[in-house]
Write a protein that binds this ligand. Structure first.
Ligand code: 5GP
Length: 174
């Protein structure tokens, strides 16, 4: 299927400014704590790389990969863990770094997976939030931008695995 990029939703400068603010906030909230940032692959990879460098406190990183879309713009509703966590998270503060929270189903699976590892605390940082699409309750502690119900690509977010390398976030027409 051919897609058309419709319009820029969030510019590179806006993204970078917000990432710096989030980095500062997370650093203040976890001062003198044992912090692990968990990157949810693949969509959060670019956001994660920038956010990780925006932190001013010692921090470890971990990666988990989930899949739910199967190259479509609607979630299949079945969230699979493609690659799990290796690190010991017990007694650490965990911040899950997501690209976007849509229905909230991915976050529910992630929370269960991470809570089972007995961390001291778990918070969620999502670059984007589509609150009108929620089918399950999801708490997001750090939100980059609230966006309307549109399918977006760029800055890590894909359509059929492409467009992740765009520096801005765009709405698309399919
Ligand atoms: P949820 O489980 O909250 O419905 O969906 C979360 C996942 O769906 C995100 O991590 C992301 O991979 C994908 N997703 C949801 N909305 C969008 C969107 O507008 N664009 C892209 N590229 N992916 C999305």
């Amino acid at each position: 299927m051919k897609i058309e990029i419709e319009s820029t939703l969030i510019s590179e400068a806006e993204i970078q400014r917000r990432v710096r603010e989030l980095g500062q906030q997370i650093s203040e909230d976890h001062h003198n704590r044992e912090l692990v940032l968990v990157c949810v692959l693949k969509g959060a990879a670019l956001f994660f790389a920038d956010l990780f460098r925006a932190l001013s406190i010692p921090v470890r990183c971990e990666f988990i990969q989930l899949a739910s879309y199967d190259d479509r713009t609607e979630s299949s509703g079945h969230v699979r863990i493609v690659q799990g966590l290796n690190e010991n998270l017990r007694n650490s503060d965990v911040v899950i770094v997501e690209d976007i929270v849509d229905t909230g189903q991915t976050l529910t699976v992630l929370m269960e997976e991470i809570q089972a590892l007995e961390p001291a605390s778990v918070k969620v940082c999502s670059l984007l939030d589509k609150p009108t699409r929620r089918t399950v309750t999801a708490t997001i502690d750090y939100v980059g931008f609230e966006i309307p119900d549109a399918f977006v690509v760029g800055y890590g977010l894909d359509y059929a695995q492409k467009y992740r390398n765009l520096r801005e976030i765009f709405c698309i027409k399919t």
